[in-house]
Design a binder for this molecule. Structure first.
Ligand SMILES: C[S@@+](CC[C@H](N)C(=O)[O-])C[C@H]1O[C@@H](n2cnc3c(N)ncnc32)[C@H](O)[C@@H]1O
Length: 293
């Protein structure tokens, strides 16, 4: 029997209330994933509305299409950073709203074959798009010490970056890294397990961000918002760690200071206690929404 993967969309009704203010509008879901948000949005949108769903993960896109089966959804196997160009050439711009639900889905995290998880052993992969050339294994096996230290510090906010990077350099000379457990176990020799977070958590986050160019992509789409949205349109962004939230917060502040945009919520919206109780992955989520005047 094949396993059915799931991902519970976070703050879905709250986002729909804030984002779908033109029921017959054109919307972009830049991170379609398993389509949880879009599936819900389509129940709230009119007959002529359209949702343009992007994802770098082809497998996720296929699962979303199978689940949703609605001609109002048009999918693109592409990065959301390609949306300005792809949507412009098809005469779709400007849009009424954009959702970005950043990071990775539960399906990607829970599927050992994708190599994101410390808990399940699998190939050390971590690519959102399995067609892209840079995997986490390539980074740990080939990058020089300084670059490893830099990503561990910048993307993992790992205090023991040098020690971990040196241990990786030593270990890879003996045997190149191929699996998630091999790396997680090495890090445990540097930082012993204590508390409920695995000591490799920050390293795994750093590798995932580096491997997928995640922060560059967020910065790029934030820059592109004026090219994508019409007057009265909104962008809603869900972030899961301080690095990506800072990029969104600063860009929204800059847009609001221009006088041509308005922050819909002054402070980030967090999921309720009840939602976090039902879905642990919601615990670090922050939602920010902006409107073009
Ligand atoms: C948190 S999940 C989205 C889940 C979705 N909202 C749902 O309810 O099912 C994030 C998704 O964004 C995708 N992703 C990450 N970076 C991307 C990018 N630059 N362009 C397009 N998709 C991206 C990942 O592959 C993943 O499927």
């Amino acid at each position: 029997m094949t396993k059915t993967w799931t991902h519970i969309p976070i703050l879905a009704p709250e986002i729909a209330d804030l984002l779908l203010i033109h029921p017959e509008g054109k919307y972009m879901d830049g991170t379609l994933g398993l389509g949880g948000h879009t599936h819900y949005f389509l129940t709230r949108l009119g007959k002529t509305a359209r949702v343009f769903g992007f994802d770098r993960d082809e497998e996720a896109l296929q699962m979303a299409q199978e689940k949703i089966k609605d001609e109002r959804l048009i999918t693109f196997h592409a990065s959301y950073t390609q949306a300005p160009q792809l949507l412009a050439t098809q005469g779709i711009l400007p849009l009424d709203g954009i959702l970005l639900d950043l990071g990775l889905s539960s399906y990607q995290l829970d599927n050992p074959a994708r190599g994101f998880s410390i808990l399940h052993d699998g190939p050390l992969d971590m690519r959102f798009d399995v067609g892209s050339s840079l995997s986490a294994a390539t980074i740990v096996n080939t990058w020089p010490l300084e670059k490893l230290v830099q990503i561990l510090k910048d993307y993992g906010e790992e205090h023991r970056a040098e020690e971990i990077a040196l241990a990786i350099m030593r270990a890879r000379k003996e045997r190149p890294f191929t699996t998630t457990h091999q790396l997680a176990q090495l890090i445990e020799t540097v930082i012993p397990r204590r508390g409920k977070n695995h000591p490799a958590t920050q390293t795994f986050q750093a590798l995932r961000i580096a491997c997928n160019g995640e922060l560059e992509a967020v910065a790029q789409i934030m820059e592109a918002l004026p090219r994508l949205l019409k007057s009265g349109a909104r962008a809603a962004v869900l972030t899961f760690h301080s690095l990506e939230d800072r990029l969104v917060k600063n860009r929204f502040k800059e847009l609001a200071q221009s006088g041509q945009w308005r922050l819909v919520n002054k402070h980030a919206i967090a999921p309720s206690y009840e939602e976090v109780r039902q879905n642990r992955r919601a615990r670090s989520a922050k939602l920010r929404v902006i409107e073009r005047s």
